[in-house]
Every structure is written in structure tokens, then in C-alpha cells.
Design a protein around this ligand. Structure first.
Ligand code: ACO
Ligand SMILES: O=CC(=O)O
Ligand code: MG
Length: 538
């Protein structure tokens, strides 16, 4: 990280009520201009209170679910929206065909590789795949600024390789952080700004006009939404931004991740709230599995087996993807598939072939089920996903393909996944979660572990499962009861091979997450406090 206090924006240029905290980066001078900051401040002042109320509503609902005062169901008050015939605005031309989308963090080299990968679209991720250090967030914005203008290049001093954009590149889509996160380096009237508003606002302020001028547009993926009210908040943010920046109405376009269990009951409503801006929904399977455990985890009849046994062919997950496809196609929206966690394995041909076979099977299943496109985590997987969709999708998408008219019930979405809970599964969760937390605290939001891609969503499953298994004192392999003492013992045994400055912090964070009576809704919330401590000490 290059720090330069000489480039710190003069305090007198900061709009009233706004303050920047922590280290100052060279990129800030061009990005955090007075006008850009004023725009961010206006978004926070207008929408910050609503965001906090909606987060409080999440907590209140969870308390009602835990107390059996509420059961998840399709909302009665929006039955008319579900019954009526309406469609969303047509997609922009460059998002008609999105059969393969690559995702990745906002690092400079990765952005160039992803845009050059041959995928139709690239989702640049400030969220699950990024650890939100100030440097990553600001340099990520700078990298995207350069990518939009096609001036991005990179020279890797280690390999000696130089990188620049091909003539033909993927369409850029940006995923800001979710509503639960804040960006502590910018405060508005003494409060940290919403990270969603920061990431979205800064990107749209600098790039929306330029993207439209180049025949594309400001396109976003919206993560971790739990209700139609949270979608409506995004709609208002879009409307306000279009007006403030003098953009054509409806030019900001979004794809919403259905990656929480509560949101699965409001797919129609989310599409409806965003009907002039939305393009599709996406099956964010990893956060969805995490959300299933988080939402229903206190129920003794909903104990989820080892992570490896919970697949997209489990009845509840199959029901979720079928409902998403059916709902989207009825409304003229794209039904995007999700991420297979397997990635290419170097120096082990058999393991590599096995990983490719798993990804191929997953993508073929998605294409046959009626999805309009899918995600890959690595450029080496673009060809496999493309072949799976090419085989069944001669046109740009499958929106018009007739689908079986079966109803998906609320009960179908809440079937407990079947399988076993094993000591090997527990130990795998411990190893993955702690190594991931260590990487995150070191500024890396996505890592390969044991031949799988691990990011914030997959790590959330690991820690939430261990919490649930402890809460219910499950039996491992039908032999040993899981207790806090046994967890401590397994953690100590698993960690003997790992050394490094931040492993101790990762270990204690993991144990806190698993042993807490009321676990935090996202691991990134307590982990962000650690990250800030490192950042402010830097
Ligand atoms: C649950 C969810 O939210 S899914 C969405 C969030 N997750 C993601 O976006 C996953 C993104 N994927 C990644 O970050 C990476 O693929 C990892 C961390 C899993 C593995 O990365 P690596 O170990 O570096 O992979 P590997 O060494 O095989 O990379 C080979 C090349 O491909 C590039 N590459 C790998 N993944 C990507 C990617 N997603 N985008 C662009 N380039 C990539 C590497 O930069 C490297 O480039 P180089 O040869 O020019 O140096
Ligand atoms: O964001 C995607 C997911 O699977 O989680
Ligand atoms: Mg996710």
C-alpha cells in the first residue's frame, strides 16, 4: 500500500459534515473529489435512516421466527402482485445474452483477466470476494474507473507479464457491499456511511455517463437483500442518483441475488419494486445455504448436515432454483444460475479432471433447468459453462421457453437437507473458516482451499454450521457429542500446522462466532472491526 499524507484532500474542501478517517491513498485525490463526496453525503443523509430501520426489521423478524411467533410464507398482503400479469422493463442490448458471467475481486490484474476471459459479463465484486480494506475499496474503484475508459493496464513485476484489454471484452457489472456493512473511512454527520451507498455511489458518480456514452450502462448486482422493502430502498437510491447525476430515467440496471431464505418468498415482489430497473435474479446458492441455517437454525428439526452434502439437488435448493426460474420467466427477467465452487487444480491431472466434471455437471443441470446463464469463478471454466449453455440455448436466453406449471410451496423451500454430520465435516469447517478469516484479515477476500474457491459466503456456512451443531449438541458420526470443550480441542489440533501473525486473531474470532449465544448476522461485521484496527494502526 502506498500512503501519502501530502495528497490528503484539504479539510476545507470536504463538504460540511463529512470526514475522512484513516490512511490516505494517492487514488483518493481523483476519486474523492468535493463533488463526489457531496453526492455520497446526500445519499447517506437521504437513505441512511431507512437502511438502519430495515436492518432492525431483519433482527426483529429473526427474533419472531426464533420464538415461533412467525413462520416464513409468501406474504398475504402482496398476493395481488403475485397474481397480476406484469413484466419488467426489457433488458439493455448488451445484457440480452449473459450465458457465462465471470466473477472476481476488484484487483487490477484480475479485472483485466476477467474482462478478457471470453465470458459475456464480468461481475466486479466489492462483496463476497473482497476483504474491504480501505486500499482495496479505493484502488478497486480506481481500477474500474480505468477499465471503463479502457486505459487499464498492469505489469506484474514477479512474472514480467504485461496485461491490457482485448478489443472484445465482457460487459462490466459491479457488486457493491450489502446493506449490513458500513464504510468506516467516510463519516457523514459523525456516522459511518453505508458501504452499499459508498461503493454504488462512487462508481455511478464517476462512470455512469461514460458507460452510457460507450453504449453500455451502469449495471449492478445487488447482494443479500432480505425483503421487497430493501429492494424498494435500492429503487429509490437509483431514482435519486439518476436525477442528481442527470442520467436518463431507468438507465441504472440491476440484477438481484436471491441469496437469503426470506427473499425467496418475495421474488415477485422484488422484481415488481424494481420493475423499471431490474434485469434478472440470481441464485446465490452459498449465501442462501448460509441464510437457511441462520434463519431456521434454532429449530431442532432443521439441522443441516456436512457442508459437502448440501448440493443444488437437495430438494429445498432444487425448489428454490425452480421457483426463481419460473418467477423470472413469467416477468420477462433473466434467471441466472450460481457458482460451482470447484476451480482448476494445477499439477494434479486427476483432481483437475474431477473438478471440471463437477463444474460441467452443475452447468448442464442449470442450463437444462431453464437458467439463462451462470457464474464461473475462474477463466479456465468459461469454456465449460459456455458449452453447457450453447448445447440447449440457441438464442440469447431461455426467457420464452415454456416451463412446467408446478407450484412451489412454502414448505418445499423449508425442507431440511438430508445427510450426516461427521467429525471430518467439523474439522473441514474449522480449517476452512479459520484459514479464510486469516486471509480476510490479511486483505484477501477469496482464496483457493483444498481445490475449492472459498469466499465470505462459503466461510459463513462453515461457521454457522458449527454454531448450529453446538447449539443442538449434535452427535458426530453418531459417536461423540459436540461440546465447547471438543470444539476447542479440534481447533487446537487443526491449527498446529498454521502460523502467521493473524491466525491467532482468526482463531479467536472463529471461536467467538461459534460459541456466542446470539451469533452475529454476518462474520464480516466483527471481522471488519479487526480490519479497521489494523488499518488505523498502519
Ligand atoms: C459465493 C460467491 O459470491 S461467488 C462470487 C465471488 N467469488 C469469486 O468471485 C471467485 C473469484 N475467483 C478467484 O478469486 C480465484 O479464481 C481464486 C482465488 C479462487 C483462485 O485464484 P488463483 O489461485 O490465483 O488461481 P490460478 O492461479 O489458477 O489463476 C490463474 C490465472 O487466472 C487468473 N484468475 C483466476 N481467477 C480469476 C477470476 N475470477 N477473474 C480473473 N482472473 C482470474 C489469475 O489471476 C491468474 O492469472 P495469470 O495467469 O495472468 O497470473
Ligand atoms: O453471491 C453468491 C453466493 O452464492 O453467495
Ligand atoms: Mg453471496
Amino acid at each position: 500500500m502506498t500512503l501519502s499524507s501530502s495528497l490528503m484532500p484539504p479539510v476545507s474542501d470536504l463538504p460540511p459534515g463529512l470526514a475522512l478517517r484513516g490512511p490516505t491513498l494517492p487514488e483518493q485525490a481523483a476519486l474523492l473529489t468535493t463533488d463526489a463526496l457531496a453526492f455520497l453525503g446526500s445519499l447517506e443523509r437521504r437513505f441512511g435512516i431507512r437502511r438502519r430501520r430495515l436492518l432492525a426489521a431483519r433482527t426483529e423478524r429473526q427474533a419472531r421466527l426464533d420464538a415461533h411467533e412467525e413462520v416464513l410464507d409468501f406474504p398475504a398482503e402482496t398476493a395481488d402482485i403475485r397474481a397480476a400479469d406484469w413484466t419488467i422493463a426489457p433488458p439493455p442490448a448488451d445484457l440480452q445474452d449473459r450465458r457465462v458471467e465471470i466473477t472476481g475481486p476488484v484487483e487490477r490484474k484480475m479485472i483485466i483477466n476477467a474482462l478478457n476471459s471470453g465470458a459475456k459479463a464480468f461481475m466486479a465484486d466489492f462483496e463476497d470476494a473482497s476483504s474491504p480494506t480501505w486500499a482495496t475499496m479505493i484502488q478497486g474503484q480506481q481500477n474500474l474507473f480505468d477499465a471503463v475508459r479502457r486505459t487499464i493496464d498492469y505489469h506484474d513485476p514477479q512474472s514480467g507479464k504485461s496485461y491490457r484489454l482485448n478489443d472484445q471484452t465482457a460487459v462490466l457489472i459491479v457488486r457493491p457491499r450489502g446493506w449490513h456493512m458500513t464504510e468506516a473511512h467516510l463519516t457523514v454527520d459523525g456516522t459511518a456511511i453505508s458501504a452499499s451507498l459508498f461503493d454504488f455511489g462512487l462508481f455511478v458518480f464517476h462512470n455512469a455517463r461514460e458507460l452510457l456514452r460507450r453504449g453500455s450502462g451502469p449495471y449492478f448486482y445487488l447482494p443479500k437483500i432480505e425483503s421487497r422493502h430493501e429492494a424498494a430502498l435500492w429503487r429509490e437510491v437509483f431514482d435519486a442518483s439518476e436525477q442528481a447525476l442527470d442520467l436518463p430515467a431507468g438507465s441504472i440496471r440491476a440484477t438481484v441475488l436471491i441469496e437469503t431464505l426470506p427473499a425467496a418468498f418475495e421474488m415477485d415482489e422484488i422484481l415488481y419494486e424494481l420493475r423499471d430497473s431490474i434485469v434478472g435474479l440470481n441464485c446465490g446458492r452459498w449465501d442462501y445455504i448460509f441464510s437457511m441455517i441462520k434463519t431456521l437454525g434454532k429449530r431442532a428439526d432443521f439441522i443441516v448436515p456436512d457442508r459437502a452434502q448440501v448440493t443444488m439437488t437437495s430438494p429445498a435448493l432444487l425448489a428454490y432454483s425452480q421457483l426463481l426460474i419460473k418467477t423470472c420467466h413469467r416477468r420477462g427477467a433473466h434467471a441466472m444460475g450460481g457458482m460451482a465452487a470447484h476451480i482448476p487444480v494445477r499439477n494434479d491431472d486427476a483432481a483437475n479432471q474431477a473438478a471440471f466434471a463437477r463444474v460441467r455437471a452443475d452447468k448442464e443441470r442449470e442450463a437444462a433447468a431453464g437458467h439463462d446463464g451462470t457464474w464461473v469463478a475462474h477463466p479456465g471454466l468459461v469454456g465449460i459453462a459456455q458449452a453447457a449453455f450453447d448445447a440447449v440455448m440457441p438464442g440469447p436466453n431461455q426467457v420464452a421457453r415454456p416451463l412446467p406449471d408446478s407450484d412451489i410451496s412454502a414448505a418445499a423451500l423449508q425442507q431440511p437437507p438430508q445427510g450426516t454430520i461427521t467429525e471430518a465435516g467439523l474439522r473441514s469447517n474449522i480449517r476452512v473458516a479459520i484459514q479464510y478469516l486469516n486471509a480476510w484479515l490479511c486483505g484477501q477476500g477469496c482464496v483457493p482451499l483444498y481445490h475449492l474457491m472459498e469466499d465470505a459466503a462459503t466461510a459463513e456456512i462453515c461457521r454457522m454450521q458449527v454454531w448450529q451443531w453446538l447449539h443442538h449438541r449434535v452427535s458426530l458420526d453418531g459417536l461423540h457429542t459436540l461440546t465447547p470443550a471438543l470444539l476447542h480441542q479440534c481447533v487446537a489440533e487443526e491449527m498446529t500446522t498454521f502460523t502467521g501473525e493473524k491466525f491467532a486473531a482468526a482463531c479467536s474470532l472463529f471461536l467467538d462466532l461459534c460459541l456466542s449465544d446470539s451469533p452475529p448476522p454476518f462474520l464480516t461485521l466483527p471481522a471488519y472491526d479487526y480490519l479497521l484496527a489494523y488499518d488505523f494502526l498502519a
